[in-house]
Write a protein that binds this ligand. Structure first.
Ligand code: GAL
Length: 417
């Protein structure tokens, strides 16, 4: 019977076979030595590919002998890429490294034995001392670490076009009820209050409304069990989400992805868009200048809170070019890699010892807030931090119905997991 390396890892196999754990390193899967690395991500669209290109350029410079294979699959938040990746992993055809997020999202891949423990790289590169403690905790499963973070993104952001708000004599909404009052006025004047995109952007909006309505503790409690989904505060927050969504173009003209949703704000046909700070990178690719062509505030009710996520790369079990994959991970975790990537990607470095002077415009503000000890940090639902894939998929399915029927009891029951 041929036991794949993956199934061995899944079963904690080496210990079962009576082999010492260090045999993993000695028993590395065949590396064809061809000096290639195939990296799988969803950074193919405008505002994302530029970041990847900058990281790859730095990688090439430091690893001239390794050919970079870009296996990016387009589509915001990896919705399409994840399906393609799942098939590859099931078929024992892993790339050399794939994009994931810090947090519970990776738990199912770890359980399936798809990814390797890379603590030896953390030791070698001394990453534990160079990353925020909370981030290392989010990356740790049963004492092991299975991915390397390249950045920190913020999800809870409300983007707007300053000229449009000025023309309407509005200042950015600070609470969701205030947003709803503004929305009524905007509608009367023929401006769409909020642009939106595909289903994942609605989930992203949902997490921001829950955060704004329940506060950092109440929101976090939804994932730890401390906040009752069926209780009055959570149900009221869900009702608020339905009210907010009704002020968007979800029902009739939702954009195909997050970039065209932002385009409506740029064009002035929509007042606001809720999106993570990859929006900053995209808006710059459109030639816009922060605080002139676009600006941003925390989503209503979330001032002082950083709803974080972190893109992190894995070492799949059975990676065809393992040694090159290790070099890629070292690149992702390095100061030079992060300082090449993040200014282009609209994110701040995961490393604490990066060169802050490289982060200007929106990013100067972001890095100051991320590193301010007074900032409250919570984890993103939509981007993998606080829920595993099973719970997250259950929420996706329930959300599709919820946006149609507005049944908070039913949605709360499904989301409670
Ligand atoms: C997130 C990812 C970000 C950005 C975004 C939109 O899941 O972490 O880096 O790419 O999707 O595609």
């Amino acid at each position: 019977m041929g036991l794949s390396r993956r199934s061995l890892l899944a079963a904690g196999g080496l210990a079962l076979l009576g082999l010492p754990a260090c045999a993993v390193a000695g028993d590395e899967p065949a590396d064809d030595g061809s000096g290639k690395v195939e990296v799988f991500s969803w950074w193919a669209g405008p505002g994302e590919k530029e970041g990847l290109e900058a990281l790859v350029a730095d990688f090439r410079q430091r690893n001239p002998g390794i050919e970079f294979g870009n296996a990016a699959v387009a589509g915001g938040a990896g919705t399409i890429a994840r399906t393609v990746l799942a098939t590859r992993l099931e078929n024992d055809d892993p790339p050399d490294s794939y994009q994931a997020h810090a947090g519970l999202e990776l738990a199912s891949d770890i359980e399936a034995g798809y990814v390797e423990d890379v603590r030896y790289l953390y030791d070698q590169q001394r990453w534990r001392d160079r990353l925020p403690k909370g981030l290392v905790e989010a990356l740790t499963f049963d004492g092991r670490i299975y991915s390397v973070p390249v950045n920190i993104h913020r999800a809870n952001l409300l983007w707007y076009n300053p000229a449009v708000l000025e023309a309407q004599r509005l200042t950015p909404a600070e609470t969701w009820p205030q947003f709803l009052t503004q929305a009524a006025a905007l509608r009367r004047r023929g401006v769409l209050p909020l642009s939106i995109g595909p289903a994942w952007t609605q989930k992203h909006l949902l997490e921001c409304v829950l955060l704004g309505e329940l506060g950092a503790d109440g929101y976090t409690g939804l994932w730890t069990g401390a906040t009752d989904w069926a209780g009055a505060p959570a149900r009221q927050a869900l009702t608020r989400f339905i009210e907010v969504l009704a002020q968007s173009d979800a029902a009739d003209a939702a954009a195909d992805d997050w970039q065209p949703a932002l385009d409506k704000v740029v064009a002035g046909t929509a007042a606001y868009n809720v999106m993570g700070d990859w929006a900053d990178a995209y808006l710059r690719t459109r030639g816009l200048v922060f605080q002139e062509g676009y600006s941003v505030v925390p989503t209503p009710g979330s001032d002082g809170v950083y709803d974080f996520l972190s893109d992190s790369f894995t070492l799949p079990a059975g990676a065809p070019h393992r040694r090159a994959a290790e070099q890629w991970l070292i690149e992702c975790g390095s100061v030079s890699g992060q300082d090449a990537f993040n200014p282009q990607k609209g994110s701040v470095p995961a490393r604490l010892d990066a060169d802050k002077s490289r982060y200007t415009g929106y990013l100067a503000q972001a890095i100051a807030e991320w590193t301010d000890s007074a900032t409250r940090v919570v984890g993103s639902l939509t981007h993998g931090v606080v829920a595993g894939t099973v719970r997250s998929s259950a929420i996706d399915a329930a959300l599709t119905l919820f946006v149609q029927d507005g049944d908070t009891v039913k949605f709360a029951a499904a989301a409670a997991g």
